[in-house]
Design a protein around this ligand. Sequence first.
Ligand code: ASP
Ligand code: MG
Length: 419
Amino acid sequence: MIIYKFGGVSVKDATAIKNICNIIGVVKRPLTVVISAIGTTTNLLEELVDAYFSGSDKVWEFYNQLEKNHTLVIDDLFDEIPATVATDVNGLFIELKTKISKPSSDKFNFEYDQVIGFGELLSTTIISAYLNQIGQKNQWVDIRTCLDSDDNYVDANIDWESSKEKVNTKFVDKSTALYITQGFIASDDKGNTTSLGREGSDYTAAILAHLLNADKMIIWKDVLGILNADPDYFDTTTKLDLIPYHEAIELSYYGARVIHPKTIKPLQAKQIPLWVKSFIDPSQKGTLITKGEQPQPLLPNYIVKKKQVMVSLKPLNFSFIGEKDLVFIFSLVTKFRIKLNFTQNTAVSFAFCANSSARNIEDLIAELGKKYEVDVSNDLELITVRHYNPMTIEEIQLKHHILVEQKNTNTAIYLTVAN
Ligand code: ASP
Ligand code: MG
């Protein structure tokens, strides 16, 4: 079995969908294709959930936009819209409308997960039907029928044992089949939809690869592979040919936007090779993530995280920051589900950085303010360099106003003021 994963950009409109269907068309079976929501649908659904949860009428504006976007893709994609697509897509629209017509419960994360998966359900329904129409016979799988998770909504944990059996009974044909399924979602033991965290489709593909003992997995992207720096911020970048699993984990941990952080482990456990390739130019070789010692070529790797907020805490009674403080701070951070990108502690202070757009960050700061003197700095950037050398460091020091530097053998992290 081979596992493909296509993200939102690769299916952003009818032209993009036709392109990925060409890629799917020429590859040997059995093949399982995991697909994200079309374009930025998940962002739109997040706005819809916010409106729904707060009881705002704007929910219908977002709903109409969602329906319009998908109708447009369908109209562009099909010369003649097959009756089944019309019925299936309408069924999903009705299901969502029914949901948002009823008042929301007071459990945000639960409500989020009941709505957020419609993006993937719609995209896979449309693409599966299109593939069938062009002669690529396939089976659409509702991943929620075989991928089990706990009920930690918004960031659910997979139940590997029960999923293993179910997944292997669903994706049973190991010879000629083409399966089309959703990334990002699963279901709990009550049958409610759960989600695996934003950008979680990579992770879904890796879970399926692991459970199905796949020969390989390919993540299709709009870049040639994994680059040593983000081309949005750096003029010259080099594609990496090979990245060892452990290095890929480090890169995603420090915030490289290439792969969802949880993706590598399930693959590494079974030594399944992961390719990152370009859907724009599939003939190019891409980047291979596999076992090994060092990345090839071995270059400084830059990871930039923009729009960071730094929160510095000092005890109100001028005492030290002790273990109990750290336990307290981290329990609040966990409670508000804030991902810390950087931490630093001294005898009398503790500081951390998070994305300034993080949901709940304001609430966390307010809560911490009850016990600590809080200092908040905005408009910061984190620059992480894996495999740095004296030259790369000199360059960063020259170009940036550095607030904090943290260095170990392989990694240097700079907290800087945005230029
Ligand atoms: N559609 C989801 C998101 O945008 C999952 C994914 O794309 O991986 O976060
Ligand atoms: Mg996406």
